[in-house]
Design a protein around this ligand. Structure first.
Ligand SMILES: O=C(O)CCC(=O)C(=O)O
Length: 296
C-alpha cells in the first residue's frame, strides 16, 4: 500500500498523511455509526464508559470531546482496523505482528471544542521499545478552522520533554520549553477518508474547533507486538488480571500473533506519575493537571 518514499518519509519525519485509505462505503458506514453515537449522547448527563462530555453538553446540543474505546463499542470500529486499507498501512510501518493499544474517537464539538495541548504519546504509555504509532482516520473533512492535528517533524528522534507540572503528570509539555520548536509546526488537514500517522514520540497537538461542524477523527494507538507496556501507565488493560489480559491481547492483535518476548531497548522512560486529579482522558489530565495552554 505505501511506497518506499512514504515509509522513508515516516521514518525521517515521524509522521505521514495517507489519502483515500478506506473506500467510500467504509467511510459512510463509519460516519453513520458515529452520528448514531452522538445522537444517543443526548440522553447522557455525566461522563460515563462511552462518552467524554464537553462543557455545555445538553440534550438539545450534544457536545462531546470523545467517544471512548470505539473498538469496544461497535465491532465495525474493530473490523476496519483488521481488514481494510488501514491494516495494510500498519503492516508497512510496523511489520507482520501488531497490537492495538487503545482507540478513541475525538469528536471536537463545533464552536470551541477543546484543544489538545502539545504532547508526546510516549509520555503517557512508555513501552519496552518505541515501535509505536497512533493514526487518525478523518471521518469528515478536516481544515484549518476545525482544529486539525499539528506535528513537529523529526521530534520523534529528539528528547522526550517534561509532561509534568508542579510535580504532577499533566499530559502536556510547557509551550515555553526551549526544545519546543514552534516554527517547525506542520498542520495536517485533509479529506474525509484520509489517515494521519504519527510516531509515539512525535510532538503533536491541536487547536480548538472554531468551525460550526464537529471535527471527527478516529484515533487508534498501535504497537509492534514485541513492544510491551510498562506497568504504571494508564490503560484499562493494566487492571484486567492475567487471564483477561491474555484474552484481551488476542482481541487486540491486528496483524500476526502476540509476542511474549518483549524487545527491550534503551529508551527514555519517565512514568506518568503521580497522576493528575482526574486522569480519565487526555482532556481531563491536561485540565486538572494544570497544563499551560499553547493555544491561548
Ligand atoms: O484529537 C486530537 O487532535 C489529538 C488527540 C491526541 O493527540 C490524543 O488523544 O492523544
Amino acid at each position: 500500500m505505501l511506497t518506499v518514499e512514504q515509509t522513508d518519509f515516516y521514518e525521517q519525519n515521524g509522521y505521514l498523511m495517507v489519502e483515500d485509505v478506506i473506500t467510500k462505503d467504509e467511510l459512510n458506514k463509519l460516519q453513520e455509526i458515529t452520528y448514531d453515537f452522538i445522537e444517543s449522547s443526548r440522553q447522557v448527563t455525566e461522563n460515563d464508559d462511552v462518552f467524554d462530555l464537553d462543557e455545555g453538553h445538553s440534550a438539545e446540543t450534544p457536545r462531546l470531546t470523545r467517544i471512548k474505546l470505539p473498538h469496544k463499542q461497535d465491532k465495525y470500529f474493530d473490523e476496519i482496523l483488521k481488514n481494510s486499507g488501514v491494516t495494510e498501512v500498519l503492516r508497512d510501518l510496523l511489520g507482520d505482528h501488531a497490537t492495538l493499544l487503545t482507540s478513541k474517537l475525538n469528536t471536537k464539538a463545533p464552536g470551541g471544542g477543546m484543544a489538545v495541548e502539545w504532547h508526546q504519546d510516549w509520555a503517557f504509555y512508555p513501552h519496552t521499545n518505541d515501535s509505536l504509532l497512533a493514526f487518525g482516520l478523518m471521518l469528515e473533512d478536516v481544515n484549518l478552522e476545525n482544529g486539525p492535528l499539528q506535528v513537529i517533524p523529526g521530534s520523534h528522534k529528539g528528547p522526550v520533554l517534561s509532561h509534568h507540572h508542579d510535580g504532577i503528570f499533566c499530559g502536556a509539555i510547557n509551550p515555553d520549553d526551549p526544545n519546543f520548536q514552534r516554527e517547525k509546526i506542520v498542520t495536517l488537514t485533509g479529506k474525509a477518508g484520509s489517515m494521519t500517522v504519527h510516531h509515539a514520540r512525535t510532538l503533536h497537538g491541536s487547536a480548538p474547533n472554531q468551525s460550526d461542524r464537529p471535527r471527527l477523527i478516529l484515533f487508534y494507538e498501535i504497537a509492534k507486538a514485541d513492544a510491551w507496556p510498562i506497568l504504571g501507565a494508564t490503560s484499562y488493560y493494566h487492571g484486567l488480571g492475567q487471564s483477561k489480559f491474555w484474552d484481551d491481547l488476542q482481541d487486540r492483535t491486528i496483524i500476526g500473533e502476540p509476542c511474549v518476548e518483549p524487545r527491550v531497548e534503551n529508551v527514555p522512560v519517565r512514568m506518568p506519575l503521580p497522576p493528575a486529579k482526574d486522569a480519565s482522558s487526555i482532556f481531563k489530565t491536561q485540565k486538572s493537571g494544570g497544563a499551560k495552554s499553547a493555544f491561548m
